[in-house]
Ligand binder design. Structure first.
Ligand code: ADP
Ligand code: MG
Ligand code: ZN
Length: 599
């Protein structure tokens, strides 16, 4: 039996496997197919790259995006592994050079798009070679139940019949039970063993705010993040542009990204995000898959994602290097209304719509949860954990306030106006705003007109959102968002029930900000910060010279370890996790000399 750990250290430069990796690799080494579901950042690539190296014959990796392939191949080449890719974004000559290398068995691992792989000419050419394994990365793309179905992936179901002697290994970060069964059925006729690993990402902090002014709330969240990279997810194309413009005005380096942009502009945005530090992308869901940047420090949502799965996948793009990273979801009830509309107006079959509504409802429950967010999140994925002490609800347990009187004001106003209006109008009546709509409907005459004038519009907006969340009120989608009273709401009107609300924080308190480098005492902080920036700047120089993203040279975690360990010799340098012989030879001296300068 080959010692896997030796390859792990000598080729990849890691001193231990991450959870799950060893089991998966052992299974593959026995030439057996599998489907592995592991969270983003868990290290799925290594699970197939390491066996691919050890197999006598060659491996094909199917990947959905050009950016993803380029990135992975760059990483492998930098480790001295013979890997190549063929896709439509390459020049004809590069492509045939890569293909020739594979045909001559000089290249061990070939990355390819599903549509190129399943072409007849390609399948015929591959039959003359010896293929040990087909890897299907982002395998959820094959399932209509998954969150990102791709037609090109569907053809992959024939692969098992074309190459009965090769094993198939499929990897994904998001697949519920149905999706897993679907993937396994399509790719291997249920022959794959399924490996499931935890969804908990302890290095991500979780927080939710009810929306009153997303720009203000976003700036608050971004306050000391001028030197971090992150993604702000928006609902619409227009919002991405507004958001990028707004952040730029506030001094951030921010750009917009959505599916409507020119391909060149999109590629440029992705490239910049991968290579530059401190860049914020304001994006629709079009941005994400294939973004393998390790040091994304935050994910903010300024509107509600489509579902719990989508949310989990989106926040999963932060903190892939294992360092602390923050997430913040800012949501309003109008988002829920819009999302529900998207689902209802799609031409998906009803069974699918019902499922999507449930996935969305689960996310709304997460937003309104008054207990540990991580517990709410994980329970959706059938997992549990102790209160995490790292989410907003754990850090600041929400205070419950007696609000029956306020609730009655809202309920009566809705009742007197016929359960016919959205929250803006209800709030205007409550606060005694004498506008055209109020005047023309005679709503200044109803009993509760002006009863709520001592509280701000934002207060009432949030209060009503909470009443919707706690199921005392309902937003009627068929009636264009009219707010109506539910059975629970009636009980309050009839005096059978009281109503408690979560304390509404109108001026969000400033969180005490943690040192982003972590574990560093304040006396040495300054020095270490400047060492970090020196290391980062040499890294950037090397990356630019080689035309690869900075983290391919070394991820942030490795730089932080250099700061902690302060290696003085190449041997000490080689003890740092992530520095294998290849990297040591290429970059060891350069980084060592920087560290020595700081002694
Ligand atoms: P994903 O599961 O999302 O595909 P990747 O394969 O891209 O994750 O790996 C995420 C990061 O984890 C990469 O930077 C990779 O180098 C790192 N990594 C993978 N395995 C290990 C390990 N055993 N020890 C340390 N870092 C690892
Ligand atoms: Mg991956
Ligand atoms: Zn918690």
């Amino acid at each position: 039996m080959i010692d896997l750990k030796i390859t792990l250290a000598n080729v990849f430069g890691f001193n231990s496997f991450r959870p799950g990796q060893e089991d998966i690799i052992n299974h593959l080494m026995q030439k057996k197919s599998l489907l592995a579901v592991m969270p983003t950042g868990a290290g799925k690539s290594l699970c197939y790259q390491l066996p691919a190296l050890l197999f006598e014959n060659q491996t094909i990796v199917v990947s959905p995006l050009v950016a993803l392939m380029n990135d992975q191949v760059d990483v492998l080449k930098d480790l001295g592994i013979k890997a190549e890719r063929v896709h439509s974004g390459m020049s004809e000559s590069d492509r045939s050079k890569a293909w020739e290398g594979f045909q001559n068995s000089w290249i061990k691992i070939l990355y390819i798009s599903p549509e190129s792989l399943m072409r007849d000419s390609m399948l015929n050419a591959l039959r003359t070679l010896k293929i040990s394994m087909f890897v299907i990365d982002e395998a959820h793309c094959i399932s209509k139940w998954g969150s990102d179905f791709r037609k090109e992936y569907e053809q992959l179901k024939d692969l098992q019949y074309h190459f009965p002697n090769a094993i198939i290994s499929a990897f994904t970060a998001t697949a519920d039970e149905e999706t897993r069964a679907d993937i396994n059925n399509k790719l291997t006729n249920n022959k794959a063993k399924i490996f499931l690993y935890g969804f908990n990402r302890p290095n991500l902090s979780l927080a939710v705010q009810q929306k009153y002014n997303w720009r203000e709330q976003l700036i608050d969240f971004l306050e000391d993040r001028y030197n971090q990279s992150g993604i702000v997810y928006c609902l619409s194309r227009k919002q991405t542009e507004d958001c990028a413009e707004f952040l730029s005005k506030k001094g951030f380096k921010a750009i917009a990204f959505h599916a409507g942009l020119d391909t060149k502009v999109k590629n440029n945005a992705q490239d910049r995000f991968m290579t530059e530090d401190n860049l914020i992308i304001c994006a629709t869901i079009a941005f994400g898959m294939g973004i393998d940047k390790a040091n994304v420090r935050f994910i903010a949502h300024v509107s509600l994602p489509a579902s719990m799965e989508a949310f989990y996948q989106e926040i999963g793009r932060a903190g892939r290097d294992g360092e602390d990273s923050d997430t913040m979801l800012i949501f309003g009830n109008d988002d829920v209304y819009k999302r529900k509309g998207f689902i209802d107006n799609s031409n998906a079959p009803d069974s699918f719509k019902i499922k999507e509504h449930k996935r969305l409802d689960a996310l709304v429950t997460y937003c309104n949860s008054a207990t540990c967010r991580r517990q709410t999140l994980l329970s959706y994925f059938m997992e549990s954990c102790e209160p995490c002490e790292k989410c907003d609800n754990c850090i600041n347990p929400p205070e419950r306030i007696q609000g029956t009187e306020y609730a009655l004001m809202v309920l009566k106003t809705i009742y007197y106006t016929g359960q016919y209006f959205g929250s803006n109008h209800i709030i205007n009546v409550l606060r005694g705003v004498f506008n055209e709509k109020v005047r023309s409907r005679g709503h200044d005459k109803i009993k509760t007109f002006g009863f709520g004038k001592n509280n701000s519009t934002i207060f009432w907006k949030t209060f009503i959102q909470q009443m919707v969340s706690s199921n005392c009120l309902r937003i009627n989608i068929q009636k264009y968002g009219a707010i109506q009273i539910t059975e629970d709401g009636k009980k309050i009107i009839e005096g059978d029930d009281e109503y408690f609300y979560r304390k509404i924080l109108l001026d969000t308190p400033k969180k005490e900000k943690k040192s982003k480098i972590g574990r560093i005492s304040s006396s040495t902080l300054l020095e270490e910060k400047s060492l970090l920036s020196a290391l980062k700047s040499i890294r950037l120089k090397l990356a630019k010279k080689r035309g690869v993203p900075a983290y391919i040279i070394f991820p942030d975690t490795t730089l932080h370890q250099m700061i902690t360990n302060k290696p003085q010799t190449l041997v000490e340098m080689s003890e740092i996790n992530g520095i294998g012989p290849q990297k040591l030879e290429k970059y060891g001296e350069i980084f060592l000399s920087i560290i020595k300068d700081f002694n």
